[in-house]
Design a protein around this ligand. Structure first.
Ligand SMILES: Nc1ncnc2c1ncn2[C@@H]1O[C@H](COP(=O)(O)OP(=O)(O)O)[C@@H](O)[C@H]1O
Ligand SMILES: [Mg+2]
Length: 359
């Protein structure tokens, strides 16, 4: 395998667009990096650097290596899983590994078929088109995408009414990478056109510890091993949260002592920032509280819970709920959400006999 040449798609060297400086440095030393800059610098740039998700990594490695060997664009890839697990990062890595450019857009931005046509017709051979939140794409755009994915061809409608004509347009062979937090909301025809679906899972505590340790090294923040493990264990299996908690603990350590992050500083900082031992934040606890104190433990619909905590139902459903379910605190039933014994106890309350136990 080592003697196989990497396929070049003959593109301008702009593959790192939007990915920040690879070494994580800043050009002007007086400029302090913002949280957003740090987020960009923390993104792993290759499959080898990507921590965790061994299954997805192995499968993608096969798909990409084989495509490289054949000199073709890899099959379309669907990345599915809760927010913050590395879907956008993985899309960037796919382009990086193929040595091609990444074009980014998102489902909500593709309101009309014309929006998508403009993106598609600008693609160059081998480009990776990343559509984030692909389940939120408008129907006409989605239908145009079917043909683009299958035949690298679209029909552009010119004009209106009876005089409208459809002009066929060839597009360069590309790889679509779609990301979704709600794979269940994808239509069958769209799902069927992806050659490979990667299901991103929550990270183990060990993998998250490596994420924290790596991030601290890049940010040049000294951290003890047990402090990294503590941050990891409170990060709800999610690298984005791990990196965010690390930044807040760093703030705390820098302001209250010499900036060295030890276990004591970590625990104190997480109290200050309202993150409990299980990693639940204020919103998670508000949802639990609405469910238990407001509705006797349920069953209650997501819409009602969202209203009670002042959030969008989609936020409660896509951000809070998956982890509450995984932590065994909330059960989904046909009639709504139910708090488990664990959830009652977590709020320091005596569960009723009717509360499901689970474990
Ligand atoms: N496997 C990983 N190893 C290290 N850091 C990661 C990993 N996956 C994600 N991250 C970090 O978490 C953050 C969120 O990842 P992102 O790809 O934006 O998630 P998603 O698109 O799934 O919401 C990124 O800034 C990145 O630094
Ligand atoms: Mg993303």
């Amino acid at each position: 395998m080592g003697d196989v040449e990497k396929t070049e798609f003959n593109l301008p060297p702009d593959t790192t667009r939007g990915m920040g400086r690879p070494d994580g440095s800043s050009v002007d030393p007086s400029v302090q990096p913002t949280d957003r800059d740090i987020e960009t610098n923390l993104r792993p740039k290759s499959l080898d650097e990507f921590i965790g998700q061994p299954k997805v990594r192995n499968q993608l490695d096969l798909v990409l290596t084989s495509a490289r060997n054949r000199g073709t664009a890899p099959d379309h890839v669907l990345l599915s899983g809760p927010p913050g697990l590395g879907k956008t990062t993985m899309a960037m890595i796919i382009a990086q590994e193929m040595g091609t450019s990444l074009r980014m857009t998102s489902g909500p931005a593709l309101e009309r078929a014309g929006d998508l046509a403009a993106m598609l017709s600008n693609l160059m051979e081998g480009d990776v088109l990343f559509i984030d939140e692909i389940h939120r794409m408008a129907r006409p755009a989605e239908e145009m995408l079917y043909m683009a994915m299958e035949d690298f061809r679209i029909d552009v409608i010119v004009g209106k009414g009876p005089g409208a004509t459809s002009i066929p347009l060839e597009i360069a062979p590309f790889t679509l990478v779609g990301a979704t937090t709600r794979s269940g909301m994808l239509t069958g025809p769209l799902r069927d056109r992806f050659g490979f679906t990667a299901q991103m899972e929550y990270y183990s505590a060990e993998d998250l510890t490596r994420v924290v340790t790596r991030a601290a090294r890049i940010m040049d923040v000294p951290i003890d091993a047990e402090a990294a493990a503590e941050i990891a264990s409170r990060s709800r299996g999610t690298p984005r949260i791990a990196n965010r908690l690390l930044r807040r603990v760093r703030d705390f350590a820098e302001v209250t002592s010499n900036g060295h992050i030890d276990l004591g500083a970590t625990k104190e900082a997480l109290v200050v920032f309202d993150v409990d031992e299980l990693g639940l934040d204020r919103l998670d606890r508000a949802v639990l509280s609405a469910l238990i104190k407001g509705h006797g433990g349920g069953p209650v619909g997501v819409g009602t819970l969202a209203l009670a905590v002042g959030e969008e139902p989609s936020t409660v459903e896509e951000v809070c709920e998956p982890y509450l379910v995984r932590a065994g605190m909330v059960a989904r039933t046909g009639r709504g959400r139910v708090a488990t014994v664990t959830a009652w106890r977590h709020l320091g309350l005596q569960p009723p006999d009717t509360a499901p136990g689970l474990f």
